[in-house]
Design a protein around this ligand. Structure first.
Ligand code: FEO
Length: 397
């Protein structure tokens, strides 16, 4: 990419990484990506975001096409992940007097990136920065997708600089969404980016999005992919839909069962919950793929997990399912753990501990039944279901 004017005295100065095929270990990038950065000039000038380390020479060259680096007053840091901050140590070396503006939680991160003395200001919602003829309004947008993330609106040009929000990994070189060829499905790319990067934080995003309502947005200039001007609010609206709370049931009873004993416990729990007026879904974990597993977690207010114990541990499908909790927003979700066992039944506690470690609210009673349940044990299972039902109902919105 070159330095290209996108508005009066506003330039896109980012770089294209067309060779990248995997981003953040977890995400396929079929056409690569871009590390977008912008330069805004009023009476003073401000840089917005940087580049990955490997691309910093091109990034510095793009800046110098617009103006000398040392005449820039501010660096606005929307997020400190290395794909945007890799060029900052060299930037500070070349221009130690640049003033850094970032969200308040980003201050320690910035220090850990630049590792040198600098003028850093951590800002909060609605902080304004007037460059003289160009005014920014900042909005903290924590966990979109790091705690440090912020966005800013450029008042005169109606541009929202949205950091990773609403972004897509598209590295085909077009500056604007309306210039993409038919071969690129931008809707799919934005959703894929959301699923991989943003979905674990949907609860935070739900709280952040209303902050953007006040802005009349003409362009969304994010940190990856083309600038969105065709339908500027398209992906903000899509995010609103994706992060909305939608529950199919109160409790998903999700279990794995080898000889049918844990499955029998799941049936009793399911039935007792229903009798108590709690809506449920029984889900055999071994029949779940990842996408459906994520949906089950997201679309249930609470989850009861049934696991057998094998060789002192829960079984692999259970761990695979539990791994999915980290890929959706599950902080504070209520959970319970139960299972049948033959020797020690250690898997049940291991699962409960892991869920607690992932910040779920785990029902304090764990239920273990040895081999084939007796009548007394079935009564215990019914009592467990009743107690969990009450736990789920407590504090329900
Ligand atoms: Fe594009 Fe979260 O860095």
């Amino acid at each position: 990419m070159a330095a290209t004017a996108i508005a009066d005295n506003v330039w896109a100065i980012g770089v294209t990484d067309s060779e990248l095929r995997v981003f953040d270990i977890i995400m396929e990038t079929k056409t690569g990506t871009t590390y977008n950065s912008y330069l805004v000039r009023g009476e003073k000038a401000a840089l917005i975001d940087g580049s990955k380390l490997e691309f910093q020479d091109e990034w510095f060259a793009n800046i110098e096409k617009v103006m000398p680096l040392t005449e820039i007053e501010y660096l606005i840091v929307n997020h400190t992940e290395p794909d945007h901050s890799g060029s900052y140590p060299e930037l500070l070396r070349r221009h130690p007097k640049i003033k850094i503006i970032c969200a308040a939680p980003a201050v320690p991160f910035v220090n850990n990136v630049i590792n040198t003395e600098a003028d850093i200001t951590g800002v909060k919602d609605n902080h304004e920065l007037d460059l003289g003829g160009k005014k920014f309004i900042f909005k903290a947008t924590p966990y979109m997708h790091w705690p440090d993330t912020m966005m800013e609106y450029l008042v005169e040009d109606k541009i929202l600089f949205s950091c990773d929000g609403f972004a897509a990994h598209i590295g085909t070189g077009e500056l604007y969404d309306d210039e993409l060829s038919d071969k690129i499905d931008m809707d799919w790319e934005v959703k894929y980016y959301y699923d991989c990067i943003m979905r674990p934080f949907s609860g935070y995003i739900r709280r952040n999005l209303p902050k953007l309502d006040e802005f009349d947005i003409k362009m969304v200039a994010g940190s990856h992919g083309p600038i969105q001007r065709k339908e500027p609010r398209r992906y903000i609206n899509q995010y609103q839909e994706w992060v909305a709370e939608k529950y199919d049931q109160d409790v998903a009873v999700v279990y794995a069962s080898n000889y049918g004993n844990t499955g029998a416990m799941a049936k009793i729990i399911d039935s007792e919950l229903q009798k108590a007026g709690v809506s449920t879904a029984m889900v055999d974990m071994t029949a779940l793929d990842e996408a459906r597993g994520r949906d089950v977690i997201e679309r249930s207010r609470a989850v009861a997990i049934g696991t057998p114990t094998f060789n002192g541990d829960a079984v692999k499908p259970v761990w695979d399912f539990i791994g999915l909790f980290a890929s959706v927003y599950s902080i504070g979700k209520k959970a319970a753990v139960f299972g049948s066992y033959g020797w020690g039944g250690e898997g049940i506690k291991l699962v409960a501990d892991r869920l607690s470690g992932m910040k779920l609210k785990v029902y304090e009673n764990q239920l273990r039944t040895r081999l084939v349940a007796s009548e007394t044990e079935n009564a215990d299972t019914k009592a467990f279901a009743a107690g969990f039902g009450e736990f789920v109902a407590s504090g329900k919105k």
